[in-house]
Design a protein around this ligand. Structure first.
Ligand code: G3H
Ligand code: 13P
Ligand code: NA
Ligand code: ZN
Length: 319
């Protein structure tokens, strides 16, 4: 059934595991997530960005995820708005039937101008009041990641900044968010690190401090794709042009999970898996043109990545 994200994250905290949040834009992606969830007996967070809602159209997207819930009555599914950028976006997601929303108030609606701390508190508090009255979970964000926020990925524009633990505590207390995304050095997209990250790339000390002071706030890691070399290689082997790059090592995420991280956002790894699988079909069998011939392996490739993450994050067996 569709459940609130709070319920899934409370269970995860009790069990000491994390729950991957995977982005959905189309039917094959929600099917891939459900294939992996069935295989591993995992709870599910399916999330849709504003871009996904535009691409798929709100109602198609909602109905696809609703179908997943109807077809899998034994698997709890939270339907989450990823990176809501205004009260209106969150309100419209709730009207549609989402059970969880992210109010990302770290930047203004343009995605470029930093907000003040007070502005972020105010808009997030408003979303929390509105959502909680309707049984909907809220994720807030304090600090600024690279990637989606700056549009450039690693390298950055100077907007990104690591979360200040004092601000995180005040923000969580004043807004009442259920979950809090913090910036500890990750960024969105494939280009996170230009060399193999060592054990200290992420600001784990900041994460640990925040968790100690906010033991009941579920922490969220954005930009958590691992960008595995084998997935990059498949894309490049079949005509793609990705520059060599490194993502977030799974062991770092697992260390985060030991220290209060309950939601882990992964999109890029699935994009790479899908694209690699489609390129392979095109390269090896250029005579084919039935979309099912490439969407079937694409869906399977994504399901494989998702199942692996579900096991690595510890949610497997906890549906
Ligand atoms: O946070 C970003 C997610 O990967 C979604 O990306 O806004 O391009 O759909 P998108
Ligand atoms: P990745 O680009 O690392 O997959 O991050 C996805 C994300 O944070 C979605 O909100
Ligand atoms: Na943000
Ligand atoms: Zn994100």
């Amino acid at each position: 059934p569709l459940v609130s994200m709070r319920q899934l994250l409370d269970e995860a905290a009790k069990g000491g595991y994390g729950v991957g949040a995977f982005n959905v834009n189309d039917m094959e992606q929600i099917q891939a997530i459900m294939m992996a969830a069935k295989e591993t007996n995992s709870p599910v967070i399916a999330q849709a960005s504003r871009g996904a809602r535009k691409f798929a159209e709100d109602l198609y997207l909602f109905k696809l995820i609703e179908a997943a819930a109807e077809l899998n009555p034994d698997i709890p599914i939270a339907m989450h708005q990823d990176h809501g950028n205004s009260f209106e976006t969150c309100k419209s997601a709730i009207a549609l039937g989402f059970t969880s929303v992210m109010m990302d108030g770290s930047l203004k609606e343009d995605g470029k101008t930093p907000t003040t701390f007070e502005e972020n508190v105010e808009v997030t508090r408003r979303v929390v009041d509105y959502a909680h009255e309707r049984g909907v979970t809220v994720e807030g964000e304090i600090g600024v990641l690279g990637g989606v926020e700056d549009g450039h990925g690693a390298g950055g524009t100077g907007l990104e900044h690591i979360t200040d633990p004092d601000q995180a505590v005040e923000f969580a207390e004043r807004t009442g968010v259920d979950a809090l995304a913090i910036a500890i050095g990750t960024s969105h997209g494939a280009y996170k690190f230009t060399k193999k990250p060592d054990g200290s790339v992420l600001k784990m000390d900041v994460l640990i401090q925040i968790h100690k002071r906010l033991p009941h706030t579920h922490l969220v890691m954005h930009g958590s794709s691992s960008v595995p070399k084998d997935l990059q290689d498949i894309v490049n082997q079949y005509g793609g042009h990705l520059k060599q790059t490194w993502g977030v090592p799974v062991e770092e995420i697992q260390l985060g999970i030991k220290n209060g991280v309950r939601k882990i956002n992964v999109d890029t790894d699935n994009r790479l898996a899908i694209t690699g699988a489609i390129r392979k079909v095109f390269a090896e069998t250029p005579e084919k043109f039935d979309p099912r011939d490439y969407l079937t392996p694409a869906r399977a490739a994504m399901a494989k990545v998702v199942a692996q993450r579900m096991r690595e994050f510890g949610q497997a067996g906890h549906a």
